[in-house]
Design a protein around this ligand. Structure first.
Ligand code: AHG
Ligand code: MN
Ligand code: MN
Length: 337
């Protein structure tokens, strides 16, 4: 039974988490609090999107070659403006910017790096389907006061914090700093994220959900095809009794996998030999959250968290969710055929 007698806001929770780290200076906590503020600002705009002139396209494509939605730009600006002047960051990386984003000279720089996908699931914005934001914080590794690409190209194991916001039937912020995964639901009437899902663990046995875009079946390798055939009961042995869910917003598909169990896959295929999802600001943050919640995340052959990115927008195949299912996916891919 959830203890509803006391309300824990995200700010309170961040301070309590800070107490677990005696060496903490509070700067890191301020960063998380600033990110929560940015999430509230984006949430307000997302929930008004149908009314304000915020829907639709900006009329250009981003460096990923994807059509940029107005909300992509709004979310990018909202996060940038909430974080650029805090004095905690030396630089940022965003899906929406080709190069790393320096902190303006007029503001002080700090020891942390923020990487983020300001709006994930953009193709779903205009049809009122859940979308999200993904973020992750690293400590810089060079002596460059104003940061460098080298400070950004770190393996997921080096993360200090990872989180996402899902703008769905309610707005939730889920984050980890290495002491479990905690979910907060925004109460718009008081403008506070309230702890609603403490210590999230992927349920065992997992719900029988698998999540993949099956339209690409013909582009997959044999191992991937055989694994999904198995999940559909088309392989050897009895039907394993799975159901399929695919929202097309990574954050939403992952959030369901985190709370219910199962596996989300975005495989490599002949059209996207490294998959579509980006390592730095999509796969790595969610991989750490999955591991902290008792699950796993793999590229299909190795842990996502062990991969050191060679460039900011590097893509990776992604298998994430219940540990046993991710292990099984790796076995099918290794067998290939
Ligand atoms: P983004 O909107 O940040 O570019 O991310 C979209 C991604 C991800 O959210 C989702 O899992 C995937 O695109 C869906 O891709 P397909 O349409 O190829 O299935
Ligand atoms: Mn994305
Ligand atoms: Mn995006």
């Amino acid at each position: 039974m959830k203890d509803n007698t006391h309300i824990v806001t995200i700010d309170r929770h961040i301070i309590d988490q800070e107490r677990l780290h005696p060496e903490a200076t509070g700067a890191f906590s301020n960063l998380l609090t600033d990110m929560a503020l940015a999430a509230k600002i984006v949430s307000r705009e997302v929930n008004m999107a149908g009314l304000a002139d915020i829907l639709g396209r900006v009329g250009r494509t981003n460096i990923q070659g994807e059509v940029v939605q107005k909300l992509d730009v709004f979310a990018q600006e909202a996060i940038y403006r909430a974080m650029d002047h805090t004095g905690h960051l030396c630089c940022m990386v965003s899906e929406e910017h080709e190069d790393f984003i320096p902190i303006p000279e007029k503001f002080p720089a700090g020891p942390y790096v923020l990487v983020f996908d300001p709006l994930d699931g953009s193709s779903n914005i205009d049809v009122n389907v859940s979308i999200g934001t993904i973020f992750s914080i690293y400590r810089k590794v060079t002596d460059n006061e104003r940061g460098s690409v080298e400070d950004c190209l770190q393996a997921g194991r080096e993360q200090l914090a990872a989180g996402y916001v899902v703008y769905g039937s309610s707005t939730m912020l889920v984050y980890t700093t290495g002491s479990g995964v905690h979910g907060f639901t925004l109460d718009p009437s008081i403008g506070e994220f309230i702890l609603s899902h403490p210590d999230i663990q992927i349920p065992e046995p997992p719900n029988r959900y698998y999540s993949v875009n099956e339209a690409y079946y013909s582009r997959w390798g044999k191992g991937q095809q055989r694994f999904v055939d198995h999940l559909k009961g088309l392989g050897d042995g009895p039907d394993p009794g799975f159901s399929s869910r695919y929202i097309g917003s990574l954050v939403s598909d992952f959030h369901r996998t985190l709370l219910k169990g199962g596996i989300f896959m975005y495989p490599a295929d002949t059209k996207s030999p490294s998959g579509k999802l980006r390592l730095l600001y999509e796969a790595s943050p969610l991989a750490w959250i999955a591991e902290e919640a008792g699950g796993r995340a793999s590229s299909g052959s190795r842990d996502i968290l062990d991969i050191v990115p060679e460039e900011l927008h590097q893509r990776t195949p992604l298998y994430i969710g219940s540990r046993a299912l991710v292990d099984q996916a790796e076995e099918y891919l290794a067998k290939g055929e």
